[in-house]
Design a protein around this ligand. Structure first.
Ligand code: GLU
Length: 306
């Protein structure tokens, strides 16, 4: 019997840092990139950079160059070539087609604004609208928002539609595929201290968008497809994406993709106690650097040991 000896690349851990090039990196990204890179090094693994630029309106090449510059300054090296999601829309379309063939997709004409308006009206009438873990009003189905005539009109005039995952059907389909309940291995922790084997509850997100009106994919779909295509074994990212991991696990099961190990780290909060945004200029690495900060100062500012 010949023992199975997988090539080194199959056993070597693969980590990735996956920013969107739609602004300068800030302290929150620095923590994420540093924790990622250091865990990859400690594990003897590979480290990839991936540009999540499906929003082609807001993402720009100059931000890609700036991200490369910021990472180099922090002493973080990564493999080339760097995957750019906007060059792989066909891969996401193919994954979508697999879900579509199983009858797990719904077309939706409702706009975000229409959903938000309905939610606000319901709340004003004393009936609070359910929110997803990110605080976004849940999608109730086009039929709850639009008249049949309006849905027909939008279909007839070829108005762009979003493609959503039919969540209940998707959960049932995943249950038929996997022998064990949907879960993931967490080596960091969620906002409530969740760690170890974490039960995935994708239903909390409702019928999530998998392809936007103007883009043939969404964050959830492309992140899952790319992590699998790039052989990512370890996903290290901020705790703001902890809840979304449930959706990612569901898609992985439905698409027959392997499950990486997840490590969610604490977020770097601004002085106001809120999550940093790319618009907070005072915390961008470029501005801190211009103001004389060193990489060691950045490590201190994000609470890492020197
Ligand atoms: N592109 C995402 C962001 O910049 C990160 C995606 C991920 O790590 O899964 O927030």
């Amino acid at each position: 019997v010949t023992p199975f000896n997988p090539p080194l690349s199959m056993t070597q851990p693969v980590f990735r840092f996956a920013p969107s090039p739609n602004g300068r990196l800030h302290l929150g990204h620095a923590l994420s990139a540093l924790v990622n890179f250091e865990r990859a090094q400690a594990a003897g693994g590979r480290f990839l950079l991936r540009f999540e630029d499906i929003d082609t309106e807001r993402c720009r090449p100059e931000y890609e160059a700036a991200i490369r510059e910021d990472l180099a300054w922090l002493g973080i090296g990564f493999e080339e070539p760097v995957r750019r999601q906007s060059e792989h829309f066909d891969a996401y379309r193919a994954a979508l087609a697999v879900l579509g063939a199983r009858g797990l997709l719904v077309r939706s004409f409702a706009t975000r604004r229409e959903i938000a308006t309905a939610a606000a009206q319901a709340a004003a009438a004393g009936a609070p609208w359910p929110l997803d873990p990110d605080g976004v009003p849940l999608f109730p189905g086009d039929a709850a928002l639009l008249t049949a005539a309006e849905m027909d009109r939008r279909a007839a005039t070829g108005e762009p539609a979003a493609t959503r995952l039919a969540m209940q059907a998707a959960i049932a389909a995943a249950g038929a595929i996997a022998a064990t309940p949907l879960a993931w291995t967490e080596t960091g922790e969620g906002p409530g201290g969740e760690t170890g084997t974490v039960a995935a509850r994708p239903e909390a997100f409702g019928d999530v968008v998998l392809a936007r009106k103007e883009t043939p994919t969404s964050y959830h779909l492309s992140v899952v497809v790319d992590d699998a295509l790039q052989g990512v074994t370890h996903v290290v990212r901020g705790a703001d994406l902890f809840a979304a991991t449930a959706v990612h696990r569901l898609l992985q099961v439905l698409l027959g993709l392997p499950a990486p190990v997840y490590h969610h780290h604490r977020l770097v909060l601004g002085p106001d106690g809120r999550k940093l945004a790319k618009s907070n200029r005072d915390t961008s690495l470029a501005d801190l650097r211009a103001g004389g900060a060193t990489p060691a100062d950045i490590r201190r500012m994000v609470g890492l040991e020197l």
